[in-house]
Design a protein around this ligand. Structure first.
Ligand SMILES: *[C@@H]1O[C@H](CO)[C@@H](O)[C@H](O)[C@H]1NC(C)=O
Ligand SMILES: *[C@@H]1O[C@H](CO)[C@@H](O)[C@H](O)[C@H]1NC(C)=O
Ligand SMILES: *[C@@H]1O[C@H](CO)[C@@H](O)[C@H](O)[C@H]1NC(C)=O
Length: 541
């Protein structure tokens, strides 16, 4: 796993890569499970290092039986009224084991948020699940399971996006034929108010390229909402659009089914500005064309914009490869990893072609033109209905891919994937072991208070010239190429002071408010010259 030099010319690199694919860039892949029995359409890491995974109840039989011979008997179900297989699983990272969970209503193309107390609150879906609110309270003894309120939402939410708010509620934005938003929990459960959002109507084109909008909580408390090819800044407390961003150059759609992806770039200490990056997608007309068996090349561009600017504009950048249905993951080092997806076609049944197996690293702090770095390729295509999340040890968990209406393992180009893999970024390579900090804590999660200083003890072989920083990542809800609630904060960090036995101590200041970091569980990392430690769980309030 030898990193390619930072300024290695890409064309030359691609030539070499073509000549010898083993000579590609950094990072490496591990197959964790060949099959967990369920395809990871949706994934969320919880603060006990368990990952909650689910797809949909109307996929037909999965490859995982429900526990204790249980069956689901659902007269509303479209495919199997009686189904004794699971459509959700809990995966335990520490032991690399999984167990089936029982989801009752249809969670297809739904959304989620982790509440400040660590419960997964998961919303919407299709059919009998389109207004459901499902709650999963984490446990360490294998006893917990979903509980569901099939009428918890005011409106049907299929392909909606959730964002955790500074007051701990979730806002749920859009969904198919829903040009509005709502909140959860509600002051009164019988209050079925929704708030109109004409922007979603205005960005709906003939193929509805405005689904799963990219929603980011800005540092001024407003919401950045991107749909199709443009964005607004919304004061959700007054339902007022406070800024309209220019259309992204090119005008091509970036949201489902022309799925690109997006992140709020890492927030700097005491941030006064915030930037959003949107990468990939499909050219206008691609979906319609793919339905006629003509798979157009995916978009090769990213747009980056300072969302805090009064008169912002997009800076366009070109990726090494075109990508639709990619995932974008904020790494603890402050870099962005792009992986999964296809180079042609769009999201939707059977519509993605030419899997892109190579992840690409994007370094936001490098000069424009030298920010992308191609990584070592995967072997398993991850197309429609795949997902990816950061896990505590700094790896990225990758799963799913099922572009078919059912589970299909044979006679198709891209079989239903039940496997889980981990991508280890280059920072985890053994060449970096001397620089890798090891946090020394007596108990986790640690408690953080807004704006308060805290200290972290750690051991490391050598402090790097690049210096030590402390970063904090919010575990995201990943589905359909977007990671809801994903956030990385670079904290104000003191100088690392050395103690005994190559141990060090560093102080950092917790984010100032719930606008910068909504209350809840985060992963805290000590990063030494770009090499992160394993994370430790922290709770901020
Ligand atoms: C899932 O089950 C089917 C039917 O029993 C079997 O053919 C297939 O190999 C299994 N796939 C995986 C990945 O376990
Ligand atoms: C997938 O499997 C189902 C049920 O076995 C079958 O009806 C369908 O034709 C298959 N789809 C494809 C794309 O092969
Ligand atoms: C340093 O190492 C020595 C010998 O292993 C041990 O006795 C001592 O407690 C260590 N000190 C600290 C601060 O960990």
């Amino acid at each position: 796993m030898k990193p390619i030099p930072v300024h290695f010319p890409l064309s030359l690199f691609l030539l070499l890569a073509a000549a010898n694919s083993a000579a590609a860039g950094g990072g490496g892949w591990d197959l964790l499970q060949r099959s967990i029995g369920v395809s990871a359409m949706h994934m969320q890491l919880l603060h006990n290092d368990r990952v909650i995974i689910f797809d949909r109840t109307d996929f037909g039989r999965s490859n995982l039986s429900l526990p204790d011979g249980k069956c689901r008997n659902d007269p509303n179900e479209k495919v199997l009224k009686i189904d004794c297989t699971a459509h959700s699983a809990e995966y335990d990272l520490a032991t690399n084991t999984f167990r089936p969970l029982m989801i009752l209503t249809d969670s297809w193309c739904s959304s989620g948020t982790v509440a400040p107390d660590g419960r997964l609150i998961q919303t919407g879906g299709w059919n009998d699940g389109d207004r459901a609110v499902r709650t999963f309270v984490p446990c360490n003894d294998g006893s917990c399971d979903w509980s569901e309120d099939p009428q918890g939402l005011a409106a049907r939410r299929w392909y909606a996006t959730n964002q955790i708010l500074p007051d701990g509620r979730a806002i749920i934005v859009g969904g198919r034929k829903q040009f509005n938003f709502e909140f959860h929990p509600k002051p009164n459960p019988s209050d079925l108010t929704t708030f109109p959002l004409p922007f979603l109507q205005a960005t709906k084109d003939d193929v509805e390229d405005n689904l799963y909008p990219f929603v980011h909580l800005n540092i001024d408390g407003n919401l950045f909402i991107f749909a199709n090819n443009r964005a607004i800044l919304l004061d959700y407390t007054k339902n007022a659009v406070v800024r309209t961003y220019p259309e992204m150059p090119g005008g091509d759609p970036r949201n489902y089914p022309s799925s690109g992806s997006s992140v709020l770039l890492p927030l700097k200490p005491s941030a006064t500005e915030a930037e959003v990056l949107v990468c990939g997608g499909a050219p206008m007309g691609s979906y319609t064309s793919a339905r006629e068996d003509n798979y157009m090349q995916a978009l090769k561009t990213c747009g980056r914009i300072k969302i805090t600017d009064q008169s912002p504009s997009w800076s366009m950048e070109t990726m090494p490869t075109p990508r639709v249905m990619g995932d974008m993951i904020l790494l603890p080092s402050g870099e962005v990893l792009l992986l999964n997806g296809a180079a042609a076609g769009t999201a939707g049944w059977e519509l993605g072609h030419e899997p892109v197996l190579t992840p690409v690293l994007y370094r936001p702090e490098s000069m424009a033109g030298s920010r992308f770095q191609v990584q070592n390729p995967a072997t398993i295509p991850r197309l429609y209905h795949s997902s990816a999340i950061l896990i505590r040890d700094g790896r990225v968990l990758v799963g799913g891919s099922n572009p078919h209406v059912y589970y299909n393992f044979t006679g198709v180009d891209f079989p239903t994937e039940l496997s889980l893999e981990a991508f280890s970024p280059e920072y985890l390579s053994s060449e970096n072991s001397n620089s890798r900090p090891k946090i020394d804590i007596s108990a986790s999660p640690i408690s953080l208070n807004y704006g308060k200083q805290f200290s972290m003890r750690f051991a490391v072989g050598a402090i790097s010239g690049g210096g030590v920083t402390v970063t904090m990542a919010a575990p995201a809800f990943s589905t359909h190429s977007f990671s809801m609630n994903q956030r990385l904060l670079i904290l104000e960090t003191g100088t690392a002071l050395s103690g005994d036995n190559s141990s060090y101590e560093v102080t950092a200041v917790a984010p100032a408010s719930g606008v910068l970091a909504p209350s809840g569980y985060y992963l805290v990392f000590v990063v030494n010259g770009g090499i992160p430690s394993e994370g430790v769980w922290a709770h901020i309030k």
